[in-house]
Design a protein around this ligand. Structure first.
Ligand code: FAD
Length: 364
């Protein structure tokens, strides 16, 4: 590694140079799961993460559905509280409470850190504070340290603006932009609140409780991003005025991009090197809810398995992986996209209501 490399890295033996079997770019949930699965099969896996601490900063509202299972994860440590129901507020109409949306509010920081630790325990070699700066047409990966890796397989798990995806011609073109703050909750709460308004063009607002705090945020279509700051400030003062929330819990402004254009074809090739995409890099986020953690975990696991199968001689492993993702997600995402387009076209109260997952009409 060159002098002046970003710190800290976990590369005491200089293993980062050379030709791993699998290179995983990005170590959020998708990348960490891909690295764990491929390494557990005995392949030499190198994972590269540009952040210097796994899971930080948090760019997430931190809600997962209670059905999500991950081998070896200590849910008690990462769960902040359970939620039992969803409360939907369309414009200024009476809120509707819906049971059957049980979930967990997690610490995304601890969640990502546990997944990374699990990948290391499976034998993956993870490096923090280093970026993949370029992918060459022959599949070589240039790192911010100056090193070059020549992997046999690449897994791109580098988020909504995936560089790996761009290298094989897969780009998330429809995006929602989100902005979020942590606020103090005036009393304990067991529901996720959803705010559906015409002003939140192509998106929605949320108040998700985390014990005595809550994540308050809004996402809007990329084209409306200049309005986001004022929209969030407006929602925050409304909720404060009615006594739902207190002051900002601490300096906590965050946000990010959410792909909402549906799934991308999740495999490709850089000369002889097969490439699989997972998580946001593959567009695996629900176009209406923006939920992507479950899909990142599942697609990461499938990508790790596909990489392992290809290395083991199954030449169609990546094509099969893409087909499996289609079976899992295409139906649900197509339905969500239809609703999202309809509310973008006309954000009437009835379209806002039927375009949200708690409405029975959403599913018909
Ligand atoms: C504000 C907000 C709120 C959200 N709330 C929820 C929610 O409540 N529930 C839910 O299910 N989903 C939510 N999502 C979506 C969810 O966070 C994502 O779908 C999920 O994080 C995708 O995981 P991933 O591993 O694919 O990508 P990421 O978690 O984005 O991880 C990608 C990683 O790649 C790294 N990286 C990028 N480029 C490079 C590079 N060149 N070299 C090295 N490393 C690189 C990044 O640093 C990052 O750590 C939210 C998203 C946003 C923006």
């Amino acid at each position: 590694m060159s002098a002046g490399a970003p710190e800290p890295t976990d590369d005491p033996c200089g293993l980062i140079a050379g030709s791993p079997d699998v290179l995983v770019v990005g170590l959020g949930p998708a990348g960490a799961r891909a690295a764990a699965i491929a390494a557990a099969d005995g392949w030499r896996v190198v994972g590269i993460e540009r952040r210097s601490t796994f899971g930080e900063p948090v760019q997430c509202a931190e809600l997962v559905c209670s059905a999500l299972t991950i081998e070896g994860l200590d849910w008690d440590r990462v769960t902040a509280q359970g939620v039992a129901r969803m409360v939907t507020r369309v414009e200024d109409h009476v809120p509707e409470s819906t049971a059957g949306f049980a979930g967990r509010m997690i610490s995304r920081r601890l969640f990502d850190q546990q997944l990374a630790a699990r990948a290391v325990a499976c034998g993956a070699h993870l490096v923090r504070g280093v970026s993949v700066t370029r992918l060459d047409a022959d599949g070589s990966a240039r790192l911010s340290t100056g090193a070059t890796l020549r992997p046999r397989v690449i897994v791109g798990a580098d988020g909504p603006r995936s560089q790996v995806g761009a290298a094989i011609g897969r780009v998330n073109r429809e995006l929602v932009v989100a902005r979020q703050v942590a606020v103090r909750l005036e009393m304990a709460y067991d529901a996720t609140d959803i705010f559906l308004r015409a002003a939140y063009r192509g998106g929605y607002g949320w108040l998700f409780p985390k014990d005595r705090e809550a994540n308050l945020g809004i996402g809007v279509d990329y084209a409306a991003r200049s309005e986001l700051k004022a929209l969030l400030a407006g929602l925050e003062s409304e909720l404060r005025a009615v006594g739902r929330i207190g002051a900002a819990a601490r300096p906590s402004l965050t946000g990010g991009l959410i792909p909402v254009g549906g799934r991308l074809v999740a495999f490709g090739r850089l000369r002889f090197v097969p490439v699989a995409l997972a998580g946001d890099a593959a567009g695996l986020t629900n176009p209406v809810t923006g939920a992507g953690i479950e899909a990142a975990v599942r697609s990461g696991e499938l990508a790790g398995r596909a990489a392992s199968a290809w290395l083991g001689g199954q030449q169609m492993a990546l094509e099969d992986f893409d087909e499996e993702l289609g079976d899992l997600y295409d139906g649900a995402y197509a339905r969500a996209q239809r609703h999202r387009r309809e509310t973008l076209r006309c954000a009437s109260v009835s379209n806002l209501r039927r375009g949200w997952i708690s409405s029975p009409e959403y599913w018909t």
